[in-house]
Design a protein around this ligand. Structure first.
Ligand code: GCB
Length: 594
């Protein structure tokens, strides 16, 4: 799916700002047709943001079910004759959208964009009402899954992942135009052959049978380097400047539809990076060279905003990662905002791009992260219908991010059950679907500690091993010598069994900022440093380890639990982005700082 852009043939208007807002605790809004007008007493809510932490009431923080957002927008009179589209960057977890009294869109999944062609409904020059009902319920057929338990005190949302179930309109809402005959999708796959780059492209368009597709490639200095006509083809770029980790060199692919006039009917600019990605034995190659991932698993999480996209937080986080020398991160545990992906393209930050499939594991946590006593994969729990939703989540992620050079690997799930026949049956078609959606990139899933090499039955379906391991924390707690031996032994067993590259996608220790001790003891800052240093010694001894991404970049909000102190504290920064002592070790290791 294309992002909305301003071009000579397209215009856009952001609908971000304060919308009218009404929680629907009784679930009556759909029957009472609240799209005709929210009940008296409705409040305001910023877009984009999670709604949970904006007001002080616990009821809204822990709300389960529908909330309603509404705003008015005047469609510019100058848009007469254009195709008019309403686009949401993400609404968590599902939405129905009305323009005035007409339902125009319905979308399942909280982290990918969706849009509606509203040309037939709106009149340029007039004001229209846009209403969104946002449902945050997680059920057995949602990704991520969950269920609502009826308790004597009312419903309670249960789920198996370790971050707070923030909800709302989390990303920018755009109203934009295209010409009636327009470019609807572009797919680019790049290659390198010595000093020559190749750009394979495919353009899809609507109502454009009589129009010619022209593509022009220009370099970062604006000089034209190649051009072609036709809806699919390949162009060569001599003396190519590849996109590299740490250096996000971008070309501009101008895609145009031409008729008889002396200007294009539609034009769409796509920033592209020319690079290759490949797995070769136990090596992960970018542009044919071995790449070692350094960085973090992150979250879209900050005070007040929750998971609402915020450019200040984004830029600050990237500045801190750069300060540490981190070259990569994983979009744990869901696709991040499109602004994040664009930033990574521009700055050469390497991304492992993950679907929202987290918490598909009823064996995890022993009751800590939620209710237990379920079978993960069964007719009544995670079933064929869930898999359809998961497959759609994979397709939507690839559709949105396929052209981003920063994305080098798809992660189709985090820590699912992967040691049972049911898990193999569940994942085989999903791995195939991911490969079909994008044959050009490696795929993987993130393996949980409960499924070591002698138990795991799905890793052979994937190209890399991504391992989350908590030696020294959840096991061998406080005993780093034992942890060091156990971690090295397990990595050796993975190497013997699969011979694939291993990326350590999580390891770390909860650490209370400001808690110090002469001896490293769990929860103090010295222990976090000692545990990470121990892990790094082991990684350095195992050739197949091609990456280290610490859990987590920053402390983040979770559900309450006896293992959580005002959230998960495994960040190397606090939630306010103040550093813990371990950052100095990281700067030395990743940046060579003294
Ligand atoms: C994990 C999960 C992550 C948790 C982390 C922890 O394995 O993937 O979502 O937050 O462990 O801190 O327990």
């Amino acid at each position: 799916m294309l992002a909305s852009r301003d071009t000579p043939s397209r215009e856009r208007r952001s609908l971000d700002g304060l919308w009218r807002f009404a929680p629907d605790a009784e679930g009556v809004g759909r029957d009472q047709q609240w799209w005709e007008g929210l009940p008296a007493g409705s409040r305001e809510m910023p877009v984009p943001a999670s709604y949970n932490d904006v007001y002080p009431e616990a009821d809204l923080h822990d709300h389960i079910g529908d909330v309603w957002y509404q705003t008015d927008v005047r469609v510019p009179a100058s848009w007469a004759g254009a195709r008019i589209v309403l686009r949401f960057g993400s609404v968590t977890h599902r939405a129905v959208v009305w323009v005035d009294g007409t339902q125009v869109a319905e979308h399942e999944g909280g982290y990918t964009p969706f849009e509606a062609d509203i040309t037939a409904i709106v009149e340029p020059g007039s004001e229209h009402r846009v209403t969104v009902v946002v449902d945050n319920v997680l059920n057995w057929q949602s990704i991520p899954p969950g269920y609502v338990e009826d308790t004597p005190d009312g419903p309670r949302q249960r789920y198996w992942h370790d971050f707070f179930n923030y909800a709302g309109i989390h990303r920018t809402v755009w109203l934009y135009t295209t010409p009636p005959a327009h470019i609807s999708d572009v797919t680019v796959v790049t290659g390198l052959d010595g000093s020559t780059g190749t750009v394979g492209y495919r353009v899809e368009s609507v109502s454009a049978d009589d129009l010619e597709v022209r593509v022009t490639l220009t370099d970062a200095g604006g000089a034209e380097v190649a051009r072609a006509t036709g809806s699919a083809g390949e162009v060569a770029v001599g003396d190519v400047h590849p996109w590299r980790p740490g250096e996000g060199y971008l070309y501009d692919l101008a895609v145009e539809l031409w008729g008889d006039a002396d200007a294009p009917v539609d034009s769409y600019p796509l920033a592209i990076g020319i690079r290759t990605v490949e797995v070769d034995g136990a090596r992960f190659l970018i542009n044919g060279e071995p790449f070692y991932f350094t960085g973090f698993g992150k979250h879209e999480d900050s005070a007040l905003r929750g998971k609402g996209h915020d450019n200040v937080v984004m830029l600050h986080d990237f500045a801190l990662m750069d300060w540490l020398g981190a070259n990569s991160f994983r979009t744990s545990h869901y696709p991040y905002a499109e602004e994040v992906m664009d930033y990574c393209d521009r700055h050469g930050v390497v991304v492992i791009d993950e679907t929202p499939a987290v918490g598909l594991n009823m064996g995890l946590g022993g009751g800590i992260f939620g209710a237990q006593g379920f079978t993960t994969f069964s007719e009544e729990t995670i079933n064929a219908a869930t898999r359809e939703v998961h497959q759609q989540a994979i397709r939507e992620l690839v559709a949105r991010d396929k052209n981003h050079p920063c994305v080098v690997l798809w992660s189709i799930a985090n820590e699912p059950e992967s040691d049972t026949p049911g898990s193999r049956a569940y994942f085989e078609p999903l791995a195939a679907a991911a490969r079909e959606a994008d044959p050009s990139r490696p795929i993987g899933f993130v393996n949980v500690m409960l499924a070591p090499p002698d138990k795991d039955v799905v890793s052979d379906l994937f190209d890399v091993l991504m391992l989350n391991r908590y030696y020294g924390w959840y096991v061998n707690t406080g005993d780093l010598p034992a942890a060091e031996r156990a971690l090295e032994a397990e990595l050796g067993a993975w190497v013997d069994k699969h011979g694939k590259p291993i990326i350590m996608t999580e390891y770390g220790a909860d650490t209370l900022s400001g808690l110090h001790g002469i001896t490293p003891v769990p929860w103090n800052e010295e222990y976090q440093s000692a545990l990470l240093e121990m892990s790094h010694r082991v990684f350095d001894r195992v050739d197949a380890v091609v990456g280290e991404q610490i859990w987590n970049f920053a402390d983040f909000a979770t559900t309450p639990g006896i293992m959580r102190v005002d959230g998960n504290k495994k960040g190397v920064f606090t939630r306010e982005r103040r550093p813990k002592a371990v950052v100095h070790h990281l700067r030395r290791r990743w940046r060579g700082a003294s």
